[in-house]
Design a protein around this ligand. Structure first.
Ligand code: GLY
Length: 390
């Protein structure tokens, strides 16, 4: 086995991870910790949707009706986050921006208030930590909120992490565990005698591995050579995001994540310890388009301004758009596929940052033992295959 930290392709890896976003890197790190030799294949490791994401860890405030199994997975990941972030920092010396801020979700008009009251009732039915505050109580917590805020939900367990810092820390942690980063694009999946055995690159080079993990976000199902029906389409859902800076005299501006329903539109603001304020996000199904549009920026600023009028004083330093990978039921695809040798870790949709620790643990466990962890079972990639054939 090569010495830790040495990047070499001399040995056929036990595991080849296709895709070096935070999901792929998390899986690679945890798998290497289990003693397996791991290579990550990506033209730009450390990129992907996490570079745009606000990094809210919001299993409760982003809960949708009918998504209770996903809630269980999200809560499990949220519970692991503090230790996951601390371990990354201890291994690399890099801060991930993980902050236990909690989240306040507020309503602007009476319809918005009714929507949040329904969400509160849903939280209460599920026994989740969530309670109602009047408009005045919301403003006491966050004095920058507009006087018109009609009330809101305080959720003390929904926190935040910085996706960009997390990527850097994962890259460094992978290097320390001897994970090989191969900067190239997979041109084709190689299937030998009905088993995934490697990938071919554009220059014809073949990389073989004992097991493969497909973690290529919304491009996962596009890998040429993937047999039909092995993975459902993972659709791109565009999210436009703004980054503002909070100058020192305005700090702290906001002390926690603030989400809002503004006349039926959803918006969130994530204030970081380093003075960045991230505002998101649009949700657009337009294919693989990452154009930042005037309309997207306008809608985010319009709603943010109605919620927090002082926002217009802050410097706007960056705009961007990322692509969330959405599976047909918006839940992730985790675990072995119907193609022997190929495991999926994709389709995380709105929850990629949140689900990174639990995905990394569950997939590493599967790769090391061959078993499917109980927590991953509801998210089997073959749940769609079964529907088609039954
Ligand atoms: N989880 C936040 C988003 O997808 O916009």
């Amino acid at each position: 086995m090569p010495a830790k930290g040495v990047s070499t392709l001399a040995r056929t890896p036990d595991v080849l991870v296709v895709g070096g976003g935070i999901i792929g890197l998390g899986v690679a790190w945890r798998t290497a910790q289990r003693g397996l030799a791991v290579t990550v294949l990506d033209p730009a490791p450390g990129g992907g949707a996490a570079q745009v994401a606000a990094g809210m860890l919001a299993p409760v405030t982003e809960l949708q009706y009918g998504e209770e199994p996903l809630l269980r997975l999200g809560m499990a990941s949220n519970e692991r986050y503090a230790a996951f972030a601390a371990e990354l920092t201890a291994a690399t010396g890099l801060d991930t921006g993980y902050r236990q801020t909690g989240t306040l979700a507020v309503a602007l008009d009476s319809d918005d208030r009714a929507e949040l009251r329904e969400l509160l009732a849903f939280h209460q039915r599920l026994g989740l930590e969530s309670h109602w505050l009047t408009g005045r109580e919301c403003r006491r917590l966050e004095p920058m909120l507009a006087p018109g805020v009609r009330g809101g939900l305080q959720v003390t367990g929904d926190h935040q992490v910085d996706g960009r810092r997390l990527s850097k820390a994962l890259l460094a942690a992978c290097a320390r565990e001897g994970v090989v980063l191969h900067r190239a694009e997979a041109a084709e999946l190689v299937v030998t005698d009905g088993r995934a055995t490697g990938v071919r690159l554009a220059d014809g080079t073949e990389l073989t591995a004992g097991q493969l993990v497909l973690a290529a976000g919304c491009r996962s199902h596009l890998l040429p050579g993937l047999p039909p029906g092995v993975l459902p389409a993972v659709r791109p859902v565009k999210g436009q995001v703004l980054r503002l800076r909070i100058p020192a005299p305005y700090a702290p501006f906001l002390s926690r994540n603030v989400r809002a329903v503004v006349r039926g539109q959803h918006i969130y603001l994530v204030p970081r310890a380093d003075g960045e304020l991230v505002i998101g996000a649009t949700s657009e199904e337009l294919g693989y388009d990452t154009t930042v549009t005037a309309g997207g920026v306008y809608e985010l600023l319009r709603d943010a301004h109605e919620l927090i009028p002082g926002i217009t004083e802050l410097p706007l330093v960056e705009t961007g758009a990322g692509l969330r990978p959405g599976s047909p039921d918006n839940a992730p695809l985790l675990g072995p596929t119907t193609l022997p040798g190929l495991t999926a870790a994709t389709g995380h949709y709105r929850n990629g940052v949140l689900l990174t620790p639990v995905t990394a643990d569950l997939i590493a466990d599967h790769l090391a033992t061959g078993a499917v962890p109980e927590l991953a079972a509801p998210f089997s990639p073959s749940r769609f295959t079964a529907e088609v054939t039954s």
